[in-house]
Design a protein around this ligand. Sequence first.
Ligand code: ACM
Length: 535
Amino acid sequence: MIQKKLILLWIILLFMGCNPSTPVVEYSVIPEPQAIVYANGNLSLGHTPSIAFNHSLASEAVMLSHWLTEDFQMQPLLKEGGSKGAIVLALDKTLMPEQPEAYVLDVSRKRITIKAATSVGILHGIQTLRQLVREEEGKYLVQTGTITDSPYYSWRAFMLDEGRYFKGKVVVFDLLDEMARLKLNTFHWHLTNDQGWRIEIKKYPRLTEVGAYRDSSEIHHFHSNVYDGKPHGGFYTQEEIKEVVAYAAERGITVVPEISMPGHASAAIAAYPWLGASGKEIKVPGQFGVHYNVFHVADPKVMQFLEDVIDEVIALFPAPVFHIGGDEVKYDEWKASPVIKKYMKEQGLKTPAELQVFFTNKISHLLATKNRRMMGWNEITGQQLHEYQSDEDTQGEQKLNPEAIVHFWKGDPKLIKQTLEQGYNVVNSYHIFTYLDYSYKSIPLEKAYHFNPTPEGLTSQQQKQVLGLGCQMWGEFIPTVESMQEKVYPRIAAYAECGWTLPEKKDYNRFVNALYSFLPVWDKKGIIYGPVQEQ
Ligand code: ACM
């Protein structure tokens, strides 16, 4: 009798799709998806799974095949035009149209289906799938279930500063691969700074002939005044830039270029001294920290130069946003220039901060005529942030163009609220939480994980103005790839989760556990990473 009951129970459970012999293996995915519903049992993928897709997803299918080979040595069969396969990729325009990066990943015992309204959504689903496949006794198993997922923030950026040290495209490709794995969607490429100009501009060849090279580099730390005595240099040709942009696009990543203006301009001024407000000849500095050299923004020839550079840059970067830097401008050269003083008077500008906002608005309007939206570090609002700027220099009534995206990095956190109250869109990269050049002592993994890009006490409209976050790999003291990786990894995974996962679903213990099963992937690639636990 008891046996009959057990058999009956077993049949009922089987009927409900709940096979007691195959317990649920919980998914371990970074960033944690929004919603998971488990089913019972596993799908077993063979060595040559078929991937069905229609023509518009050909690139995504090729990427999936590439990754299945890289991760699991599979040899997938691509079935263009087919709707039956072990893995099916399908666009569905009706799927969460207000969430362009959303996807649904369904794993049944028969097949895996990834659906999304956009190709980027499909790519995110593919990244999740890569993390679900388990290798067990020569088999590739995937726990059955359904993941419905979309990001919390639309701007999830990683920034690489190559102004300080040129790394080259192979390093960038590798970073883009890891960004894609973590569903970071914006590569903010910091291409110019005092110590180097890294992008070929055909109209101004000296920018790279001269501006991409320096004699020596300061080492150890800021203000050490100790130099390595070794020349450093390098730049990207326009062809290489196109390769990087295309590589990123295949992985669902937008590349936003940053060309610093009006400050952090020494390398450009070393190439063309007439660009500088002082007119003095300088060398590309090897000293780090903020320099005095700034563009002569009152000179029409300099403004034409900037427009020419912008034109060549936007021809290479389809991103809708253009980052102009705008941070850490020392006003001494402007204050010392009679031409600039006269210009300020003519324009009714009382302080250098007003001149900076006036200049920034000109660039912003120029970019708008070219279908680009300007973004800049939060000094573009005209606020006083630095000890080297006096209060009187930073007063002003010039108002930043409301279309600008303000990239908050420094200052009283109240400033971010104020900026939102004034109606601006903001990306939050508050330095004490998101600067990857900072040590693990000052930003351990757990602190990185707990970064909340949205300040407390905002209206729901203001909350929507927070587009997301960036994490920044500033380059002054990472001359080697290894030194860079050790700073980037594993904190980049924490920022990925800050950007993607619903705040109420964030859980540091779960994240760290997931990270431990993630690390072998980096080990396999030879990626070096910093401490997971505080030391
Ligand atoms: C910055 O760190 N100067 C934006």
